[in-house]
Design a protein around this ligand. Structure first.
Ligand code: EPZ
Length: 458
């Protein structure tokens, strides 16, 4: 370490959701890490906030109506900060006060989403449908792929073209325009969450009726359908694989409560099982996680439901048994909980087969699991994991939001110290992660390391 330079404690670093970070992101992600000392059983209670994968789309849906939209139970995460900036650069006034987001949408929002911000957060693509149908044109950067695989837009584009839009790709942008979209019947090759959302938000102001067949059924889809219906839209079949939308001429802004985050909820449930702990998860909706909770029961955990919207309690004692997992679109086992299934399998008794059916590179992070001593072999979209009593602490890197959380989970069951570097992705999806883990007894701290100490080449 250069003379005079010293490691900064957590307090010295701004809070993860600090707006000032939006412009400092590339620098920030190179110097923050989580230092985890393994061996603690997690015991206690955590409270879950609203869903990242819903609130970002609800924020974009605010573009559909002039006036003030208010979203409550919003998660305090970096992605909300970035999305707020995307909307501000489209002419909205956005206020974030704790878990409440206020969006004032102008009569004529901008129609070009900021290239840099969209590149940083793929979810920004969800402004495509609302801006096209409300303003008749939109220009948004191609978000491209990421650490979990190729992230196509072909179904988004094909659906909008079916509704009469002219869509071109130029200089890294998707450019779409249409005087007024018209209703159409659209069949999705795969129940894509993003494509369903963009077509749905475009269809609510289109002329006539749109039918989306093989639509996504995730709770986040049901949530945005609920908000759009509160705004005056006519939508039928939310949560089923056939969505029918009768277009209307105008929508009105509303106050809407964001659905709980089922992926954060699932992460805590697996944390209890991996550490053989006893954790109560509050403000969570167990019915959104049926298969994942059932997998934990098969592994030997006791799962007690506390009632709709209340949450549940997970206790695991003794060592988890190995379970096979296959990821599928909802209501199947969520792909976003794959890293947690791998972390559980890495410390379970016996071999597990984990199969990924949604993204083509989701096993990328298993190289980092191997650094922790896990016995993971992958072949295409299958992984075979042979569990061990203990993993061993090592320096690893968070390659994406869920992989980062999975590595922290595994580190809790690793002898010694693990340093999880590049924690920015974790901050993007997990509010107050370190504080919540410490509240459950985990030995974890956020450390800022001068970049010249980082051994990784970013
Ligand atoms: C959403 O991504 C979530 N992100 C993801 O969570 C989640 O993993 C995914 O849905 C599946 O549940 C947000 O909501 C912001 P898809 P999305 O369209 O909409 C292919 C997290 O960690 N596809 O359902 O991008 C695509 O490549 C993130 O929170 C096409 O080929 O997912 C993928 O293989 C990670 N062409 C599959 O479909 C298309 O036009 C599913 O993608 C669209 C999708």
């Amino acid at each position: 370490m250069r003379p005079g330079r010293r490691r900064q404690s957590k307090a010295a670093a701004a809070t993860p959701a600090d707006p000032a970070r939006v412009d400092r992101l590339p620098y920030y992600c190179a110097v923050e890490l989580f230092r985890v000392t393994g061996g603690t059983r997690l015991v206690g209670e955590v409270t879950v906030g609203g869903a990242k994968n819903s609130v970002l789309k609800l924020m974009a849906a605010a573009l559909l109506a002039e006036g003030r939209t208010v979203l409550t139970n919003a998660p305090r995460i970096l992605d909300v900060t970035i999305m707020s900036e995307v909307l501000r650069r489209l002419g909205c006034t956005v206020g974030v006060n704790g878990e409440t987001i206020t969006i004032d949408t102008p009569a004529e929002p901008g129609t070009e989403a900021d290239y840099d911000l969209v590149r940083r957060m793929r979810a920004s693509i969800c402004v495509l449908g609302p801006l096209l149908t409300r303003c008749g044109k939109v220009k948004v950067a191609h978000p491209g792929g990421d650490a979990i695989g190729s992230r196509g837009l072909d179904m988004h584009i094909a659906g909008l073209q079916r509704m009469g839009a002219e869509v071109t790709s130029e200089h890294g942008f998707v450019i779409a325009q249409a005087d007024r979209l018209h209703g159409a019947t659209i069949w999705l090759d795969f129940p894509s969450v993003g494509a369903t959302e963009n077509i749905l938000t475009a269809a609510v102001l289109a002329k006539g009726t749109t039918v989306i067949d093989n639509a996504a059924r995730e709770p986040e889809i049901v949530d945005i359908c609920a908000m759009l219906t509160e705004m005056g839209a006519r939508i039928y079949g939310a949560g089923t694989s056939t969505l029918e939308v009768e277009g209307v001429d105008a929508l009105a802004p509303v106050i809407h409560r964001t659905v709980p985050d089922r992926i954060v909820t699932g992460t805590w449930a697996f944390a209890a099982a991996i550490t053989r702990g006893d954790v109560t998860v509050r403000n969570a909706e167990p019915s959104h996680l049926e298969i994942a909770l059932d997998k934990l029961r098969t592994a030997g955990a006791e799962v007690d439901l506390l009632g709709p919207g209340e949450g549940f309690r997970v206790r695991m004692d003794p060592r988890p048994r190995a379970v096979d997992v296959v990821t599928l679109p909802y209501p199947g086992y969520p792909t976003d909980l794959l890293p947690m299934a791998i972390a559980l399998a890495a410390v379970a008794d016996g071999p597990s087969m984990i199969t990924e059916n949604v993204f083509d590179a989701r096993f990328m992070f298993t190289n980092e699991m191997v650094r922790l001593g896990a016995d993971v072999r992958t072949d295409g979209h299958h992984a075979v994991v042979r569990g061990k009593e203990w993993l061993s602490g090592a320096p690893v890197r968070a390659t994406d939001i869920r992989a980062g959380a999975g590595l922290v989970m595994a580190a809790l069951r690793a002898a010694g110290v693990t340093e999880v570097a590049a924690v920015y992705p974790i901050d993007r999806g997990y509010p107050d992660f370190v504080a919540q883990l410490r509240g459950l007894g985990a030995e974890i701290e956020r450390v800022t390391v001068p970049d010249d100490e980082m051994s990784f080449d970013f």
